[in-house]
Write a protein that binds this ligand. Structure first.
Ligand SMILES: [Zn+2]
Length: 478
């Protein structure tokens, strides 16, 4: 039994809590203190009891507030009037830690019941500090979401001293709620892309709104079936598939089939990133094959220079630029392949579609001529490349109609590696939560991207105390 009406943390501290939770006149702090509690947990069938020191603050609603809540409250089920049901509903919410110790807000809430005989539903009085994810306060929830953004689940669990399972539940629930409230009615251009999760054998498909640059939906797998799941989800978000004019994707058959079946009126655009990546993969394949067969002089060009062939000249380091200038690309096959990739990139520099089309055709003819006298390690991958370019030419050239920016997906690819590190060891659901949190542009009622430090500066009402400052904020202050 915990001690009642003991103001162990002192009046100044209680005043801070009152201010932070914005309690006003009608909630009363009736006790506070520090106590040791036992927590039971079960892991792999073994029950464990851990003792934990917890600071707490007990809050009570005034009688006036209770009466007002009965008068103004409506049944969450049928909207009918409510009556007081004396039973006490004891609740606790995890709030911002105090000196590294967990801090709980505790309150006994009045129970209410619907007056309607048909409904009769029970509910409790609403606590103003409660986050939509229930067991946490709003202030704690804000800190948790920002911390997970910054350090991932395991990092946040460690820094905030919250059990990993509660953290997953809180973030998962909160992201789910915010995601469910998303409106997709204005989406006109959809991008879809696959990403490997886990150890690389499992894939997720990420559907995004390219215009507003936000992730809409993450589906397991990368087959054409994912489009069906996307449409099903869309029903909850006022999505109008007929409004979709463009779908941007890679050149794999799965997504093409999915788009044709589910968005018959949309134009398929193969995004630039994937077209160039396909060529780049062939360059690397040829470079590897040639490394094993070439003369010592050519091997000198190839060995240790992998990134020279895969990067854009402008992005080379100073050291790489010097090495690059010494290589005669026309003198060996991997060099030729590199030139082909660069030529394909230059097609995208043409402002109009007709000229781009004739450049693409000329490029295909040139590569085919080269293939005639080339060894198999060059001609086989290159013939496959020209075959794909020819077959997919319409979708490649739709780039010029759509003027869709690829920057979003390119950016996603590099940014995703950051999420991926945070998602290591996570299930599909955990990975999806992180993707929505980072890229869903979800509305949580506060600016998720503002650092904790800057939100402190912006909020004179001090919702967050300095004791919750995160690593990055600490760095900024330092
Ligand atoms: Zn009711």
């Amino acid at each position: 039994m915990r001690p009642r009406h003991k103001h162990g943390l002192g009046p100044d501290f209680e005043a801070l809590v009152r201010e932070q939770l914005d309690l006003g006149e009608r909630w009363r702090i009736c006790g506070s203190g520090v106590e040791e509690i036992e927590r039971k947990s079960k892991r792999e069938g073994i029950e464990a009891v851990t003792k934990e020191t917890v600071a707490y603050c007990e809050i009570e609603a005034s009688e006036g507030l209770k009466d007002a809540a009965v008068d103004a409250g409506r049944c969450p089920g049928c909207g009918g009037e409510l009556r007081r049901r004396g039973n006490r509903d004891e609740r606790s919410w995890r709030h911002l830690s105090v000196l590294g110790k967990p801090f709980e807000i505790r309150a006994t809430l009045m129970r209410l019941q619907c007056l309607s005989d048909k409904c009769g539903r029970y509910c409790s009085m609403q606590a103003p500090w409660e986050s939509p994810s229930k067991h946490f306060t709003l202030a704690q929830e804000e800190v948790v979401l920002k911390q997970v953004m910054e350090s991932g689940f395991s990092g946040a669990a460690l820094l905030l001293a919250i059990a990993a399972t509660s953290l997953h539940k809180l973030v998962g629930r909160r992201v789910e709620l915010a995601h469910a409230a998303q409106d997709w009615s204005c989406v006109t251009a959809v991008g879809v892309d696959d990403y490997a999760i886990g150890e690389g054998h499992e894939y997720v498909s990420i559907f995004s709104d390219i215009i507003t640059r936000r992730v809409l939906f993450v589906a397991a797998g990368r087959s054409h079936e994912t489009f069906k799941l996307f449409l099903e989800e869309g029903r909850k978000h006022r999505f109008r598939p007929d409004n979709v004019v463009y779908i941007s994707m890679d050149m794999g058959t799965g997504y093409i089939k999915g788009a044709m079946l589910n968005f018959p009126r949309a134009v398929i655009v193969f995004d630039k990133f994937h077209v160039i990546k396909l060529a780049n993969d062939k360059v690397d394949q040829i470079r590897r094959a040639e490394l094993g067969k070439a003369t010592a002089a050519i091997r000198g060009h190839l060995k240790g220079n992998r990134w020279i062939y895969l990067k854009n000249a402008a992005n080379l380091t100073e050291k790489e630029k010097v090495r690059f200038s010494r290589i005669d690309m026309s003198s060996f096959w991997a060099g030729r392949a590199y030139q082909i990739r660069v030529a394909l990139q230059s097609v995208y520099a043409y402002p109009d579609k007709d000229r781009a089309r004739s450049r693409l055709k000329a490029l295909i003819r040139w590569v085919r001529r080269l293939c005639k006298d080339a060894p198999a390690y060059f001609s086989v991958p290159m013939r496959s490349l020209t075959g794909t370019l020819e077959e997919r030419a319409d979708g490649i050239l739709s780039h010029w109609d759509s003027k869709l920016t690829n920057a979003f997906h390119e950016g996603m690819h590099s940014a995703y590696s950051a999420v991926k590190r945070k998602a290591r060891g996570l299930s599909f659901n955990g990975t999806r939560t992180l993707l929505y949190l980072h890229y869903g542009k979800l509305d949580f009622g506060f600016d998720l991207n503002a650092t904790l430090h800057s939100s402190l500066k912006q909020a004179p009402s001090l919702r967050l105390t300095p004791s919750t400052t995160t690593k990055s904020a600490a760095r900024e202050i330092a």
